[in-house]
Write a protein that binds this ligand. Sequence first.
Ligand SMILES: [Zn+2]
Length: 257
Amino acid sequence: MANKAYKFRIYPTKDQEQLIRKTFGCVRFVYNKMLAERKETYEQFKDDKYHISILTEYEHKPIPKEIKAIVGLDFAMDSLYVESEQGEKANHPRFFRQTQKKLAKEQKVLSRRTKGSARYEKQRIKVAALHERVANQRRDFLHKKSCQLASRYDCVVIEDLNMKGMSQSLHFGKSVADNGWGMFTTFLHYKLLEQGKHLVKINKWFPSTKTCSNCGHVKNVALSERLYSCECGFVRDRDWNAAINIKNEGKLMLALP
Ligand SMILES: [Zn+2]
């Protein structure tokens, strides 16, 4: 048995809306503490949007797929990842970056408003709406990318990164958390699983950046070096080289030729 959750936006009539509001009110009264956080969101967005979530249970036993097409992904800070086959970067769409810029601008405006004033409230709602749009656009992008990979490949190899530890220790902070890598790998995992496909995580200490994917030579690579060039004559974009190493390490783990 497997579970699957669906979320839809619904468009209730005025009467239905009133009933929903009343029901929410009752529920909130009963589960006051539990819903404190939800309530805050509800009040912030005036909750003018309604979504319905459905959880289903169904018989599901995917037949494990033979691995023919395999890809390695190297986590990238500025985009999302670089893949091993063409060295392609998964770049966020332009409109996403535009919304992010807009959000930063409006947040700056908010910081100049006097807390509690009518203009502050108006701006706060504007910022909250932009936050929501950024989150929606990001989720949509992560769904698209994970869907493409899960349909194209039988196995995806990634590094087992500890994002929380990484953002703390390397002071990448916000950019790592916002990048969506964690959400992306979750999407990727279930999309592969439901087709009997595979997600392989390799050890995060594997020197994917330092190793030459052509001859196996290991050397130190400075952060500023964008190209990996080896004494064997091999030259490649550093992230692409890392993605190839990740793929090869995954193949080794699976004992694939
Ligand atoms: Zn080499």
